[in-house]
Design a protein around this ligand. Structure first.
Ligand SMILES: [Mn+2]
Length: 465
């Protein structure tokens, strides 16, 4: 069915519901899609019970009650319709709002679904939060005040990463937020921490793109800022958002010149940025990518409801909890990054890998891998293997690489999906960042196989675009 029909089926089901059980994923996209849907439904006077799960699998399906409530699945469900069918959930009691690959229920139960993968390229780069927003917006135009959450979900799910900005329907949603005054869109440096990080650290931490002479060198970054008159002394704490327009312009042009002088492309130096002007200055809620990190921190440390409360507007007790989660999240990731660098990775030829065992929770190894990679050989993808708490028979795989490696033909999602399937595991994600679960015991063979697949991708060369 088409988008219009699917949306009106969804809104019809919601309006007719007496009560809703809302099942969602624990990452930024999952939390924002839940928060958008829950608010839109509550505003209709319909009671909502949230259920957050790390993954929808047979064990977690137990948390989904088989009662009369309308079950809405956000940011998951498209690929787990078999489990819904096994659990005996009737088709008229289930609504899926997702952007993952659709796998119809084997018994033929036709679950209603709005899935951004169904409607062509305009919709393809829209996360579950975007889908949830479109449904909410259709329920009541007043739900346009939730646009910022959809922008956070989209950015958190890396919908803006490849194209240095949101595109298609996700960009339309951001514009909708501009219309209602909740979102401000600007162009600026493609760096992380533009609202909270002292500018020299923000620049020094940039790893996509690498800024020659600046990335990895906070002192050099501070020197540059002093030279440009943006800092008075190395210990200044100004953030990018504090800069006047002419200062931002000067900094951008100087960094661009430095890249060109080093023969680097400036293609990824600038990005479209999404700010929320009504949030407190210098808080992580001021822009979409930092807001998403805060929600991810809550989810990855098993407190998705704290993140949900922040999305609902709590700026008191729960928000302080969220700040605590964020600090904790950052310090553990820093530690993990140092652990990877101290222990050292093994070069397999076309990629590098390390097994962190039980040392760190599987929910953060991917992020740590990405950070460590900036200090390793950036021309080869990194793979981190780790054990999974509560799942002694499984090993989790996380891979990260850089845009420049994608241009050589590498696609981590494709490599992990193929290899994991061969070892009776499951893998997926994005070309630049992907993950998999495999049975314990086949790690060595799995590493060999992924290395072989990536070698093949390098050999085949750049994708045709
Ligand atoms: Mn998602």
């Amino acid at each position: 069915m088409g988008f219009i029909e699917d949306i009106s089926t969804a809104t019809g089901m919601i309006r007719n519901a007496d009560a809703v059980t809302l099942v969602s994923h624990i990452d930024a996209d999952g939390i924002t899609s839940e928060a958008i849907t829950a608010q839109a439904i509550s505003r209709l006077g319909i009671p909502v019970t949230p259920v957050f799960v790390r993954q929808l699998e047979p064990l977690t399906m137990r948390h989904v009650p088989n009662d009369d409530t309308l079950k809405i699945f956000t940011d998951l469900g498209a690929g787990q319709q078999n489990l819904m069918e096994e659990a005996g959930l009737p088709a008229d009691n289930v609504l899926i709002l997702d952007h993952h690959i659709n796998q119809p229920a084997p018994g033929g139960t036709q679950y209603s679904q709005v899935n951004s993968q169904f409607y062509g390229p305009e919709y393809a780069k829209c996360s579950a939060a975007g889908v949830a927003y479109l449904v909410a917006r259709k329920l009541d135009p007043a739900n346009a005040d939730l646009a910022e959450l959809a922008v956070v979900g989209n950015v958190g799910d890396m919908m803006a990463r490849e194209t240095c900005g949101l595109v298609g329907i996700a960009r339309w949603i951001a514009d909708d937020g501009v219309e209602s005054g909740r979102v401000r869109i600007t162009k600026g440096l493609n760096c992380y921490g533009l609202s909270t990080r002292p500018l020299h650290l923000c620049l020094a931490n940039s790893d996509d793109p690498i800024l020659p002479g600046i990335s990895g060198d906070p002192k050099a970054a501070a020197d540059l800022l002093i030279r440009l008159g943006i800092y008075e002394k190395p210990s200044d704490q100004r953030v990018w958002e504090d800069l006047h327009a002419d200062e931002a312009k000067l900094l951008a042009s100087v960094v661009a010149e430095q890249m060109i002088a080093n023969g680097e492309s400036t293609e990824r130096l600038f990005a479209e940025l999404y700010f929320f002007p009504h949030e407190t200055e210098k808080s992580p809620l001021r822009n979409a990518s930092e807001y998403a990190t805060m929600l991810n921190a809550c989810g990855r440390w098993a407190k998705p409801k704290i993140g949900e409360a922040v999305c609902f507007g709590d700026r008191g007790q729960q928000y302080r909890e969220a700040e605590h989660m964020l600090r904790h999240h950052r310090s553990i990731i820093r530690e993990l990054c140092e652990y990877i660098l101290d222990t050292g990775v093994t070069d397999a030829g076309s990629m590098q890998w390390i097994h962190t065992g039980d040392a760190y929770p599987d929910t953060i190894v991917g992020i740590g891998a990405g950070m460590a990679l900036s200090k390793l050989d950036t021309t080869k993808p990194i793979m981190v293997l780790c054990n999974v708490a509560d799942e002694p028979d499984l090993v989790k795989i996380s891979m990260r690489t850089y845009e420049k490696v994608l241009r050589c033909g590498v696609d981590l999602q494709a490599a992990l999906a193929v290899a994991a399937a061969e070892f009776n595991g499951a893998g997926g994600g994005h070309n630049i960042a992907a993950g998999a679960y495999i049975p314990k015991g086949c790690e060595d063979d799995f590493i060999r196989r992924v290395n072989e697949l990536i070698a093949g991708q390098f050999a085949a060369g750049a994708p045709h675009r």
